[in-house]
Design a protein around this ligand. Structure first.
Ligand code: 13P
Length: 246
């Protein structure tokens, strides 16, 4: 019912040359995979090249961020239209690293999400609590606030939500499958409050130290519909194993 969705978030890794090497190796290895939506999110500077290399393939392209204005004097920023123009179908919005290091608020991320959707991009909208928030019992409040704030007045078309507990990102500590399921079920309930039955069609991805050897177990949970992968997506053979989970 919900097709698995597995995305590589390369963060600030890989030059254009390294991007080309990855894609040249990866595409033939996954060309027969038709039961998973596969997405690569390289840095902005490689999107145009990656868009050309992925054209006509079964691997979709995503940006890692955008700015919400259509164009203008915003030095250093990139618009939805520019992202679409180089072949992206998706954009990541609200990654915890953007929230944490660049102070992006729920309101600001809501504007980005709306701008992306209005331009025709799908959005991978990220949420997740820190270890302090979890330990102090605020986890569900934080997740609720992030979902309701970031997705206010946003429709469900081409909307994917990624639950990424901050304490599991890049740490090698993965949420247990039960912890992931608990959070995902809570997210889906909030989405049901907002969207009714349409919430059952929204893919909710887990992110945080997903690796070839833990992906199958996490994906076996009923509300886990995919993965957003950082470190283990940087090598073609490792990411190939992840998209061929099961
Ligand atoms: P890691 O897979 O490196 O923990 O990163 C997860 C992540 O932040 C993906 O967006």
């Amino acid at each position: 019912m919900r097709k698995p969705f597995i995305a590589a978030n390369w963060k600030m890794y890989k030059t254009t040359g390294e991007t080309k090497d990855f894609i040249t190796n990866f595409l033939p290895a996954v060309k027969a995979v038709d039961n998973v939506d596969i997405v690569l999110a390289p840095p902005f500077i490689s999107l145009s090249l990656a868009g050309d290399l992925l054209k006509g393939s079964n691997v979709m392209l995503s940006a890692q961020d955008l700015y919400f204005e259509a164009e203008g004097a915003y030095t250093g920023e990139v618009s939805a239209k520019m992202i679409l123009d180089v072949g992206c179908k998706w954009v990541i919005v609200g990654h915890s690293e953007r929230r944490q290091y660049f102070n992006e608020s729920d309101d600001f991320l809501n504007k980005k999400t709306k701008a992306a959707k209005a331009a025709g991009l799908g959005v991978i909208f990220c949420i997740g609590e820190s270890l302090d928030e979890r330990n102090s019992g605020k986890m569900f409040d934080i997740i609720k606030r992030e979902v309701e704030g970031g997705l206010k007045d946003v429709d469900t078309d081409n909307l994917v939500v990624a639950y990424e507990p901050i304490w599991a990102i890049g740490t090698g500590v993965t949420a247990t499958p039960d912890q992931a399921q608990e959070a995902h079920a809570f997210v889906r309930d909030r989405l049901r409050d907002m969207y009714g039955a349409k919430a059952d069609d929204i893919r909710i991805l887990y992110g945080g130290s997903v690796k070839p050897d833990n992906v199958t177990e996490i994906m076996s949970k009923p509300d886990v519909d995919g993965a957003l992968v950082g470190g283990a997506s940087l090598k073609p053979d490792s990411f190939e194993k992840i998209v061929k989970f099961g």
